[in-house]
Design a binder for this molecule. Structure first.
Ligand code: ZN
Length: 308
């Protein structure tokens, strides 16, 4: 395969933090990487490994008090309960690397038109606290870094994780240059949903046809209206009908169509896309990996088509 044409893929072995027996499968990152290599989507040697984000970069989103709490490992029992994963220095290292990975993914997306991060999408982290498995908000950090550098002016977050992108909405609520869009199950975590620029809260059991129709209606409007320099796409696997935490009813074919649709619409609008994985808790672990695999493969095909 022509390396110039291949999709940039970003991953690091240290994403796999040990959080004990947990519904959040951190081994999915490595399993996905291995499958992409096995099926020839990427060569092992071509995988790009990020540097950790700097504290200054993370500080573009998170408060000094919160960063101090993290660095000093000063997490209370309540903090860990809200975070829903036990805090550890290893988790911190994984999340700083992951934020660095989303920064790198955004840069490569601007260069190549598309880039896929085998990680990231920790959209429940607020400026002053982490929650819902999310210590820091990698996508928000990447967007603030690129905006501060002048690499982009405007960006759109397309958040298709099953859960509302509460942290991201809170970060950018007074920043008109970043348009936040979340399509999610309404009756699910988080209870408190700060408003995104566009929220589509879906009824329990919503399936492929309605979901895809909503994207076909709203995504072109968003891209034409906001005219971003970059899209961050959170390709959550948890709208899947077999998800343990989710209550939507998308099939695997429907999720594949979702990915293709978002990528086609962005390409049609001439907007580069940085992909992150976000959630995925299928009853069968292999299904989560497969859904993410299909997302990356769709991106690879889109890139080939775009340059064909
Ligand atoms: Zn989720």
């Amino acid at each position: 395969m022509d390396r110039q044409r291949s999709l940039p893929i970003i991953w690091h072995e240290a994403y796999e933090a040990d959080i004990g027996a947990h519904v959040f499968p951190t081994r999915k990152y490595r399993s996905l990487k291995e499958r992409l290599v096995r099926e020839g989507v990427v060569k092992e040697a071509d995988i790009r490994r990020p540097e950790p984000a700097s504290n200054e970069q993370v500080g573009l989103v998170h408060t000094a008090a919160y960063l101090e709490k993290i660095v000093n490992d000063d997490f209370s029992w309540q903090d860990n309960m809200i975070l829903e994963v036990p805090y550890s220095p290893q988790l911190r290292e994984a999340m700083w690397l992951c934020a660095g990975g989303s920064i790198l993914t955004a840069r490569l997306a601007l260069e190549y038109g598309l880039a896929a991060h085998l990680g990231g999408g920790f959209h429940h982290a607020f400026p002053d606290h982490g929650e819902g498995f999310c210590l820091i908000n990698d996508v928000a950090v990447a967007l603030r870094v690129l905006r501060a550098e002048g690499a982009i002016e405007r960006a759109t977050v397309i958040d298709c994780d099953l859960h509302h992108g509460n942290g991201t909405a809170a970060v950018f609520q007074n920043e008109a240059e970043v348009f936040t869009f979340s399509i999610h199950q309404q009756n699910n975590y988080p209870m408190y949903k700060p408003r995104s620029d566009l929220d589509l809260g879906l009824a329990d059991g919503t399936g492929d046809a309605e979901y895809l129709e909503l994207l076909r209606t709203h995504v072109p409007e968003i891209l034409n209206g906001h005219r971003p320099d970059l899209v961050f796409y959170l390709a959550g696997a948890d709208p899947y009908e077999e998800d343990q935490l989710g209550g939507l009813s998308l099939s695997r074919a429907g999720l594949r169509q979702r990915d293709e649709l978002i990528l086609q619409l962005a390409a049609g609008a001439g907007v580069p896309v940085a992909i992150t994985l976000a959630g995925g808790y299928a009853r069968r672990f292999e299904d989560t990996v497969d859904i993410h695999f299909q997302t990356v493969r769709a991106a690879g095909r889109q890139l080939q088509r775009g340059r064909g």
